[in-house]
Each structure stands twice: as structure tokens, then as C-alpha cells.
Design a binder for this molecule. Structure first.
Ligand SMILES: Nc1ncnc2c1ncn2[C@@H]1O[C@H](COP(=O)(O)OP(=O)(O)OP(=O)(O)O)[C@@H](O)[C@H]1O
Ligand SMILES: [Mg+2]
Length: 436
């Protein structure tokens, strides 16, 4: 204070007018945090507590104020002088104080009246007040009886060590309270941010689900409507072939056959699209599924379909999961069909079903030593109608893996592939929680 850090007011100020006090040193104010860089509250730690807090010294005797300042200066806080109760109240309107040292005996408005008014304002209801009383018995008694929450009192003449240690306690308290308040603010802000984030994510998911449903019903409707004209193409070209076939030359008959072949292919594509959208829309039902048994059954059927083929099949026994059995059977069927198909040109064909543990998560796989594929195109594999092999080598429409992917996604899992040309392929998948 003596070096002019704070410009306090002494009692010579005209008592009648209430004008805002001014300070030559910035008083620590919680609003000072405005300019802080905009970080997410979740990653921000609270600002450190203020280095300085405000201490209000109220006495009508300028000499007493100077003496108080000298005693408290070494605490290194903002000391603010008020020469009257009225001036003290003005300061309280605009600033927060760690503690108020309040002279009891003042003309016009004594310490008790001032304290009562301080207590009436919400902002200063809990500001600690230390009364400074004369040593006479009556004032000390009065302070004891004062019921508006005086925190303490000091009798004059004031002992510097006493006042310093008492004030130091309140300075610490104010700093801790401010730190707590900042932490609470931060917590509130991060809670709010998390709530907003969750809301906008839920909104996005709802939006996406809606769009997906629209898209699915659109593709369903389109595929469905395409069937009727296709059937007419097929049946009229059949009629032409049967009734007029003899009148056509070889080229004509060949072209007509190509028309029929193309329409059959298109019918297959449409069926696949319809099938895919049905898989995604099907209701799910959770149950225990013995994947090993399902794989065994599917392999038996594949063997029956081509008894001449010799394929070594290894199935890890007892792999049981909780999932939708029907959907998983379709997924496994597609993976095994592929393994069977893409090993059809491999001399000692081998297919394996097993499970590994990757970071505590069971990961199931189907591996074969067949044609494999180029990892450069791995992203395409699961897209509908994308194929990496020639139709005349390995026929198909390219819908199998898209189906597998949807089924695994519906189970909250992931599916991915590894392969190398002529070295076989492995398809891995995990299962999470079934989505409705
Ligand atoms: N086990 C595998 N080995 C090598 N390539 C594979 C294997 N499985 C799938 N692929 C590649 O991924 C493509 C897409 O597979 P997907 O099962 O979707 O279609 P498809 O088998 O060709 O036809 P569909 O399953 O509809 O009859 C295949 O055409 C093939 O190029
Ligand atoms: Mg397939």
C-alpha cells in the first residue's frame, strides 16, 4: 500500500456521495478469466488460485489505516482502505474481499451497522469480518453479542503478529475457496460439454438410422419393381426362342440366348439386393450358438454338394457364443462358401475354423489356402457387388461378404480380411453386443 499498489480512500472523502472506488492496481477479479484460450473443459485444469486477494481496511482514523497497512503489507495482498462504513459498502459492491477489518467506533455509521449491511448482500453474506474494538469492556461485550456473523475481534492497540496471523488464515481460505469454485466451474462446463456431445451424437445416430431405413426401403422397392419388367423380358424372349427360333439364323439364336442369360443374371442381382436388405431388417434373437457345430453342418453340406472334392477341414470344437443363431449361420455360410469356392483350384485344399484371443477379445476366423487376393484391394471386399476374381474362374455376384459385414455389425462386432494371391485368405470377426 505504501508503494501505491492500491489506492485506498482515506476518511476525508465526502460522505454524502457514493461514487465507485477506483484502484491503481488491478484487483483480482474472477471475471479476469475472459481472454483465456478456448480449450475443452475436459482437458483444461483449473486456473491457479489468484496470487493476491483483496483485504478491506475500514477505519475513520487515517493514522490507524496507515498502521494497519504497515502491519499487513508483508502478506503481499491487495490492501484497500475505506475511511467510513459507507465507503466500505461501496467497495463491497464492486469487489470481493477475503476479509474485512472493521473499526467498531466510527461516526455516522458504526462498525455494527456497516457489518449488518454487508451481511444483507448475497455476495458478501459470508465475507469474514474482524472487528477492531477499543480495549474497554463495553465494546468487547458488544462484539461478543453481535449476531450477524462476526468472525473475530481484535482489541486496540493491535498487536501486529496477531492481526497478521488472523488475516493470513482468511487469505488462505479465500484462495482455497476460489480454487474450489474454479474447479466446480470447470466440472460443470465439462459435464455440460459431455451432455451436448452425447446429445449431438444421439441425434446423428438417429439421423443415420433414419437415412439407412429410407435407403433400404428404397432399394427394396426398386428391386421389387424391377422384377416385373424383367420377368416379361425373360418370358417374351423365351416365347420368341420357342416359336420363332427355327426361323432365326445362328447369330440370331445366339443373341437371343445372350438376352435370356443377361436377364437371368439381373434377376439374381435383384434377389441378392432384396436378400441383403432383408438380412439387415430382420428381427434379432439372442441365444447360445455352438459355432463349431454350425460350421461342421455347413461343411457337411458343402461336401455333399461336391462329393468328388477332397478338402481337409479343421474345426476348433466347443466354440460357443451368445448371438443371433440364424444370422450367424448365414454369415458363416457365406464365409465357408467362399473358402470352398476359392480353394476349388487348389490341389491340397484346406479350410480351418478357429478362435484366437486378441487383447482379451475372442476373435473368430475362417482360413483357407486357396486363390487368395491382393491386399491392395482389401477395402473393396465387403462392398456389395465388388469382386476381385473373374466370373469364369470363380462365379458369384459379390453380395456374400456385404451380408457377412452387416450381420457382424448388427452384433456390434468387426470383420476384416487378410490374404495374398495364391496363398489363401483369412476372414476374422469379433462379436460385441447384439443391436436391436
Ligand atoms: N476366401 C476367399 N479367398 C479369396 N478371395 C475371396 C475370398 N472370399 C471372398 N473373396 C473375394 O471377395 C469377393 C467378394 O466376396 P463375396 O462373397 O462378397 O462375393 P462372391 O463370393 O464373389 O459372390 P457371392 O458370395 O455373392 O456368391 C470375391 O469375389 C473374391 O474376389
Ligand atoms: Mg461369396
Amino acid at each position: 500500500m505504501t508503494d501505491g499498489r492500491t489506492a485506498g480512500r482515506s476518511g476525508d472523502q465526502s460522505a454524502g456521495e457514493l461514487h465507485a472506488p477506483t484502484l491503481s492496481t488491478p484487483v483480482v477479479d474472477s471475471a479476469d478469466r475472459a481472454g483465456a484460450p478456448s480449450e475443452s473443459p475436459a482437458t483444461r485444469s483449473p486456473d491457479p488460485p489468484p496470487d493476491r486477494v483483496n483485504i478491506l481496511l475500514v477505519d475513520d482514523q487515517p493514522a490507524n489505516l496507515v498502521a494497519l497497512e504497515a502491519m499487513l503489507e508483508e502478506l503481499g495482498q491487495n490492501l484497500i482502505r475505506a475511511g467510513s462504513g459507507r465507503e466500505a459498502l461501496k467497495w463491497m459492491l464492486t469487489h470481493e474481499f477475503a476479509v474485512v477489518l472493521l473499526d467498531v467506533k466510527m461516526p455516522e455509521m458504526d462498525g455494527f451497522e456497516t457489518a449488518t449491511l454487508i451481511r444483507q448482500r448475497d455476495k458478501s453474506r459470508h465475507t469474514p469480518i474482524i472487528f477492531l474494538t477499543a480495549a474497554d469492556q463495553s465494546q468487547t461485550q458488544a462484539v461478543r453479542g453481535y449476531a450477524v456473523g462476526a468472525v473475530d475481534y481484535l482489541t486496540k492497540p493491535i498487536v501486529p503478529e496477531f492481526v497478521r496471523s488472523k488475516v493470513a488464515v482468511f487469505v488462505e481460505l479465500a484462495k482455497k475457496t476460489e480454487l474450489l469454485r474454479r474447479q466446480a466451474d470447470l466440472l460443470r462446463a465439462s459435464e455440460q460439454e459431455a451432455r451436448e456431445l452425447a446429445e449431438s451424437q444421439a441425434e446423428l445416430v438417429r439421423d443415420l438410422e433414419h437415412k439407412n431405413r429410407e435407403l433400404e426401403s428404397f432399394s427394396y422397392a426398386v428391386s421389387h419393381d424391377l422384377r416385373a419388367p424383367l420377368r416379361r423380358i425373360e418370358s417374351f424372349s423365351q416365347v420368341v426362342q420357342e416359336s420363332q427360333g427355327e426361323r432365326l439364323d445362328d447369330a440370331g439364336r445366339h443373341y437371343l440366348e445372350r438376352v435370356r442369360e443377361a436377364s437371368r443374371q439381373m434377376a439374381q442381382l435383384i434377389d441378392d439386393v432384396l436378400y441383403l436388405s432383408r438380412v439387415t431388417r430382420a428381427d434379432t434373437r439372442e441365444q447360445e450358438v455352438d459355432l463349431s457345430a454350425v460350421v461342421q453342418l455347413l461343411v457337411d453340406r458343402l461336401r455333399e454338394s461336391e462329393p468328388a472334392r477332397e478338402v481337409e477341414v479343421r474345426i476348433r470344437p466347443g466354440v460357443v457364443v451368445t448371438a443371433d443363431g440364424q444370422l450367424l449361420r448365414i454369415a458363416l455360410q457365406n464365409l465357408l462358401d467362399n473358402a470352398w469356392k476359392f480353394t476349388s483350384r487348389t490341389p491340397a485344399a484346406r479350410i480351418e475354423f478357429g478362435v484366437t484371443n486378441v487383447a482379451g477379445e475372442p476373435t473368430y476366423f475362417i482360413r483357407d489356402n486357396g486363390a487368395g487376393f491382393d491386399m491392395g484391394y482389401v477395402d473393396r471386399l465387403f462392398a456389395p457387388f465388388q469382386r476381385l476374381h473373374l466370373q469364369n474362374e470363380f462365379p458369384g455376384t459379390g453380395i456374400g461378404l456385404a451380408t457377412v459385414q452387416r450381420i457382424i455389425y448388427r452384433h456390434g462386432g468387426r470383420v476384416w480380411a487378410e490374404g495374398m494371391p495364391n496363398q489363401g485368405a483369412t476372414f476374422h470377426f469379433t462379436l460385441g453386443r447384439l443391436r436391436p
